[in-house]
Design a protein around this ligand. Structure first.
Ligand SMILES: NC(=O)c1ccc[n+]([C@@H]2O[C@H](COP(=O)([O-])OP(=O)(O)OC[C@H]3O[C@@H](n4cnc5c(N)ncnc54)[C@H](O)[C@@H]3O)[C@@H](O)[C@H]2O)c1
Length: 247
């Protein structure tokens, strides 16, 4: 017997999903049958290609351009989604930045909290839901040289535990994923070329490859599925073994 993940009838919001891990997550959730709402800051024209690509494999996603670090906009994202599609069943807090201390805290911690709080009652009224927060292994290892990024991803790690504890009685399972070394615009800002980036990372990677957005998206899909129905407050490491068994 093959296991099938079927998210038909579910509505999923993915923040920061114009590209990278968020875009791969939006795509895989749509492939599994969910109605996806993509949130990001880019203009509508910049996201048309992604919307069409996802429409080719699932339901056409909606795009909402709300800054989740602003409480009113985070609320609007959740409310508009519920009004258009009747529910919010899945929330992926994925939006991330490399920015100053205040902005990093506003996006990684407060933004995730605003979205979670706005979605909580809607999910509870529907009998429950899933939330997945995208933090980073640096929250545990300490390592990127960007203290405000590390510290606020640590904030999101502990917020995930807080939300999991607080929302579990409402039927909402909150979990997280902490990636590292995933090919993205964010990681490439520190290198001149892909070759230079690979030369730096591959020797440190136990599995001798870097990660790609799909590697993280598959874990998020699992955390949104029935297969993970007994997991609550867990933050899964997605780094090809680098943090625990790397050099
Ligand atoms: N790439 C990696 O190796 C890696 C490692 C660890 C953690 N992460 C985390 O994974 C997540 C996705 O990372 P990525 O590599 O795909 O990054 P990315 O920069 O490609 O995508 C992040 C997206 O978030 C959006 N965004 C930023 N602020 C926002 C806001 N206030 N409201 C709405 N959208 C906003 C950006 O516009 C961007 O499209 C981030 O939270 C990042 O911190 C990435």
């Amino acid at each position: 017997m093959a296991y099938v993940i079927d998210l038909s009838g579910k509505t999923a919001i993915v923040t920061g999903a114009a590209k990278g891990i968020g875009a791969a997550t939006a795509r895989i959730l749509a492939e599994a049958g969910a109605q996806v709402v993509i949130d990001d800051l880019v203009p509508q024209e910049a996201i048309e290609t992604l919307l069409s690509e996802i429409e080719a494999v699932g339901l056409r996603p909606d795009y909402l351009r709300e800054d989740i670090s602003d409480p009113q906009q985070a609320q609007r994202l959740i409310q508009q989604t519920a009004e258009r599609f009747g529910s919010v069943d899945i929330l992926i807090n994925n939006a991330g930045v490399v920015a100053d201390w205040d902005k990093s805290f506003d996006v990684h911690v407060k933004g995730a909290y605003y979205c979670a709080e706005a979605a909580k009652e809607i999910m509870a009224a529907n009998g429950g839901g899933r939330m997945v927060n995208v933090t980073s292994t640096c929250s545990q290892s300490g390592g990127t040289g960007i203290p405000q990024y590390v510290a606020t991803k640590g904030g999101l790690f502990s917020l995930t535990r807080y939300l999991a504890r607080t929302y579990a009685p409402l039927g909402i399972l909150v979990n997280g994923v902490m990636p590292a070394v995933i090919m993205s615009d964010m990681i490439m800002t520190r290198y001149e070329s892909e070759a230079e980036m690979l030369e730096h990372y591959i020797p440190m990677m136990p599995i001798r490859r870097i990660g790609y957005p799909i590697d993280v998206a598959r874990i998020i899909l699992f955390l949104c599925s029935e297969l993970s129905g007994f997991i609550c407050g867990e933050i899964i490491t997605a780094d090809g073994g680098r943090m625990h068994v790397g050099i």
